[in-house]
Design a protein around this ligand. Structure first.
Ligand code: SAH
Ligand code: SF4
Length: 457
């Protein structure tokens, strides 16, 4: 069959979709050019905020409602786990629904449906697969064998290292839908990355909800080696990946501020391939709100972590997530967030308006910040960040950054675009021929809020 996957939500969903794509391809199916051209359409859903869930379900609803629908339509991801069997009340014509840690079953489900005559005749009942809290999905390490020529996947790959989350921040539904934390064995991750590097991948991004907890809940290293440079599991993993031939860059996301240890900071300094960027969601700058959220750090501890990283490299990129309008957030709490963002000097920030999620601790509190006020706080922080982004980027003017070339710039096809170690986008004129996936030195000449402009050095 020709298949197409629509992906909503975070990088973990992007990665899960890739794995499903690779498994379907291995089973003999082929990627369609788009949904119109597909016999099988899968929507990978997000439920972290109400709006995100509505988008994915809306898309799914439209696909199901199409007249004389020639397609099998399936839903995967976090919304499936949250809604369970109710999903078929909302979407009675949906063919199958598979929760986050069970996506490995999709090729089998598709084969079963085909055997039953789908999509021409719909004979079976709606099929629902809900994973257990501790389930380990099949196909976690599935990647497409032949990456699309010149496409981003030819030189960059996501690798899942940690499943689920045990943090239970008050507002967050992720632990309910993605289950318990589980660290994949280090040997398995190292083998996966080595295989990717052997086939030309230059950069990997290690994924997990809280990657700094790698190896904390369950053992990830099964042999003890006294010669290892680090004692903590995550720095150890980074150091092992740093040795892989052909691999040039290692990134990871997301990081919980509590895990920002001295050893991690040392890893950034000592492992050349580990990129100097951390996505360190702060959520709020008010100690009172941080406590209510159950984040387990204070404003001062957070700022100390940022200072440690910037102490050895002032251009170290720190990006964050912030929630505005958490229940009971006063003007004073909000101003504390504003001033923390200034003190931290974030390179980029994603601002989210609080959205109550059923079953979370915060959902029991009144959602008392009016929508218009959430919107205002959102806009204030975005405007601050825009100014701060330019200011941070201006400090790089005149310096030479190593840029991994990604392809022609989207806005101006005569220019090329890539990323430097801090994940900042760098656009430059290709004065000599450059290849996608190459690393080239670029001298920075202009700073904008979201991009740097430069010339080949
Ligand atoms: N595991 C990651 C975050 C995953 S969710 C981490 O802890 O770093 C991504 C972001 O969505 C969070 O950082 C938070 O800012 C936001 N978010 C989560 N739940 C939310 C909610 N109920 N309302 C608004 N934003 C939320
Ligand atoms: Fe959600 Fe907190 Fe876990 Fe992140 S660390 S996924 S915000 S519970």
């Amino acid at each position: 069959m020709r298949f197409h996957i629509h992906t909503y939500g975070c990088q973990m969903n992007v990665r899960d979709s890739e794995a499903v794509s690779a498994m379907l391809t291995a089973a003999g199916h082929v990627r369609a050019a788009g949904e119109e051209d597909a016999d099988l359409v899968i929507v990978n859903s997000c439920t972290v905020r109400q709006k995100a869930e509505e988008k994915a379900l809306g898309k799914c609803g439209n696909l199901c409602a199409a007249k004389g629908r020639p397609q099998i339509v399936g839903l995967m991801g976090c919304a499936v786990k949250r809604l369970g069997a109710d999903i078929f009340k909302k979407l009675p014509k949906l063919d199958f629904a598979v929760g986050p840690r069970r996506f490995g079953l999709i090729p089998k489900i598709v084969a079963d449906l085909q055997a039953q005559g789908y999509p021409t005749s719909r004979t079976g009942a709606n099929r629902l697969e809900l994973p257990d809290e501790d389930e380990i999905p099949e196909g976690l390490s599935a990647h497409a064998d032949a990456p699309v020529d010149g496409g981003a996947d030819a030189f960059k790959s996501y690798v899942t290292i940690l499943l689920g989350c045990d943090n239970r921040c008050s507002y967050c539904i992720v632990p309910d839908v993605r289950g318990h934390e589980y660290s994949r064995p280090a040997r398995e991750v190292i083998a996966e990355v080595a295989a990717l590097a052997a086939r030309g991948v230059k950069e990997v991004c290690l994924l997990g909800q809280s990657v700094l907890r790698y190896g904390v809940r369950n053992k990830a290293w099964f042999e003890e080696d006294p010669t290892l440079q680090y004692s903590e599991s995550f720095p150890r993993l980074l150091a092992a990946l740093n040795e892989i031939d052909g691999l040039e860059r290692i990134r990871f996301t997301s990081a919980h501020p509590k895990g920002c240890t001295d050893e991690l900071v040392r890893t950034f300094r000592e492992c050349r391939k580990v990129c100097r960027h951390i996505h360190l969601p702060v959520q709020s700058g008010s100690d009172r709100i941080l406590k209510e959220m159950g984040r387990h750090y204070t404003r001062a501890e957070y700022l100390a972590a940022v200072a440690k990283l910037r102490a050895f490299d002032p251009s170290f990129a720190v990006t964050t997530d912030v929630i505005v309008g958490y229940p009971g957030e006063t003007e004073e709490d909000f101003e504390a967030t504003r001033s923390l963002m200034e003190e931290a000097g974030f390179d980029n920030a994603f601002i989210f308006k609080y959205s109550p999620r059923p079953g979370t601790r915060a959902a029991a509190l009144p959602d008392d910040v009016p929508t218009a006020e959430k919107e205002r706080r959102d806009q204030v922080l975005l405007a601050d960040q825009e100014r701060r982004g330019v200011r941070r980027n201006q400090t790089l003017i005149g310096t030479v950054r190593e840029v991994l070339v990604e392809g022609p710039s989207l806005r101006n096809r005569a220019r090329w675009s890539g990323r430097e170690t801090g994940n900042r986008i760098v656009v430059f004129e290709p004065s000599v021929p450059v290849a996608v996936g190459a690393i080239v030195p670029v001298r920075i000449t202009e700073a904008h809020p979201q991009i740097l402009v430069g010339e080949l050095a």
